[in-house]
Design a protein around this ligand. Structure first.
Ligand SMILES: [Zn+2]
Ligand SMILES: [Zn+2]
Length: 207
């Protein structure tokens, strides 16, 4: 597994909350279990939910800061996360499994394991691709985050759904503008026809 791929955990965690639509899908142990599925079977407590939510707020700040060009702030928050949730790799074959890598061995909670991987993955991606690749969706009011891995650094939306929604909105705005321009044009033509008629009438009267 590539270390950068752990950045997906940061994206998944941040996107469990959508403050602008008042949606939050990380409020119960069941929901946390779903998020923590990549960590394998684990016990999840209310404390884990609370810890994940706290990590989520800080990761959101990393994306928001990077998106608005405040890279030093993004780095500061990311570094504080990595300090609190360090990577401690160990190779193990516990419970008869084949040799595999644990990245945050000895972490006190499963939330801490998740936080360590998410922060490190995000740091790897941000430093390899650039902090400008950490994005927040442009299709308002959506504020979901993403990592732009496109070759031309052009990604603006969290999903195809939002891209479509933004395109439809732009198309409607264009159509509305065209209709308004056409109406204004028509009004101008009517006015100029009336003026011409007036002039003609004047000419006729003058004779
Ligand atoms: Zn294991
Ligand atoms: Zn979106």
């Amino acid at each position: 597994m590539e270390l950068a791929s752990y950045a997906d955990r940061a994206v998944s965690l941040v996107n469990t909350a959508d403050p602008y639509r008042h949606r939050d899908t990380l409020t119960t142990c069941e929901q946390a279990k779903e998020l923590l599925a990549p960590e394998g079977r684990c016990r999840v407590t209310n404390a884990d939910v609370a810890e994940l939510r706290a990590i989520r707020d800080r990761l959101r700040e990393v994306f928001d800061a990077a998106e608005s060009g405040r890279v030093p702030r993004a780095v500061q928050v990311l570094n504080s996360l990595m300090k609190q949730y360090p990577i401690r790799p160990v190779v193990t074959d516990h419970d008869g499994a084949s040799w595999h890598l644990h990245l945050a061995e000895g972490a006190p909670t499963i939330a801490a394991v998740y936080g360590a991987k998410a922060a490190m993955g995000l740091a790897v991606q941000a430093t390899e691709l650039g902090f400008d690749r950490l994005g927040v969706c442009h299709a308002a009011p959506c504020r979901e985050v993403f990592i732009d891995t496109s070759t031309n650094r052009s990604r603006r939306y969290c999903s195809d759904r939002c891209a479509t929604r933004a395109n439809v909105a732009a198309y409607r705005a264009r159509r509305k503008e065209q209709a308004r321009a056409a109406a204004a044009n028509e009004a101008a033509q009517t006015e100029s026809a009336a003026a011409t008629a007036k002039v003609m009438a004047g000419t006729t009267t003058g004779r």
